[in-house]
Ligand binder design. Structure first.
Ligand code: MD6
Ligand code: FE
Length: 211
């Protein structure tokens, strides 16, 4: 089964340079890879500066993985638990991310990092910006799998208004350009919600000094 749908709904620009590709990804083709990644690098609950633990469990694949602890955020080449390199990014993942980016005009997206988020009932993600990547001219591709969730997207300031969009199984967001560093988050899943997974693909390091 291909990892992306052949007849998906056309892309929708939800904010400047931020595109929703409804139903672009096929979860059945992707979920087995998540299981394999988690068998090598287990989901963990990172702490954030300030000391709180996140409600979302995370792991990574690719050359670089997003991590956090009490002292800050960092892209690391190793899982802090096993102290071994993150699992390789499955070819299917990379192709899906490149294809999604290409669909809305980013021709040279070469993700070197894939953060895998696992939300169980009640888990959510507060408003944040993704700006720890070296080259902010590269977009982020985000793939939603499993339970639907309400994604909120605002502007560059916390005082800016936010809008909420529903992300369903297979929906893909590609954003960059004017929206690359806008605030966004995920409302907590309802208490009776099944699991939701999210893959976010990034170019964490500039291509010139990949490793
Ligand atoms: C999520 N997504 O959908 C959280 N970040 O579970 C993100 O934080 C995110 O969807 C950057 C770009 C796209 C995203
Ligand atoms: Fe984010």
């Amino acid at each position: 089964m291909p990892a992306h749908a052949l007849f998906a709904t056309p892309p929708l620009e939800i904010a400047p340079d931020a595109w929703l590709l409804p139903g672009f990804a096929e979860s059945q083709a992707l979920l087995p890879h998540i299981d394999a990644i988690a068998a090598e690098a287990a989901f963990q609950y990172f702490s954030v500066p300030g000391g709180k633990q996140m409600s979302v469990a995370m792991t990574n694949c690719g050359d670089w993985g997003w991590t956090s602890n009490e002292t800050g955020y960092a892209y690391t080449s190793q899982d802090p638990i096993t102290q071994t390199p993150w699992p390789a990014m499955p070819h299917t993942f990379k192709e899906l991310a490149r294809e999604a980016a290409r669909t809305v005009g980013w021709r040279n997206f070469e993700p070197d990092a894939c953060l895998v988020n696992l939300y169980s009932a009640g888990a959510g993600m507060g408003l944040h910006q993704d700006r720890h990547e070296e080259d902010l001219s590269a977009p982020i591709v985000s793939v939603s799998l499993g339970a639907s969730a309400k994604f909120i997207i605002g502007g560059l300031r916390r005082s800016d208004s936010v809008k909420s969009i529903e992300l369903k199984d297979g929906d893909v967001l590609v954003w960059g350009g004017h929206s690359r560093t806008v605030l966004h988050g995920l409302r907590p899943l309802p208490a009776d919600s099944p699991l939701r997974y999210n893959l976010t693909f990034r170019q964490a390091k500039s291509q010139a000094k990949k490793r």
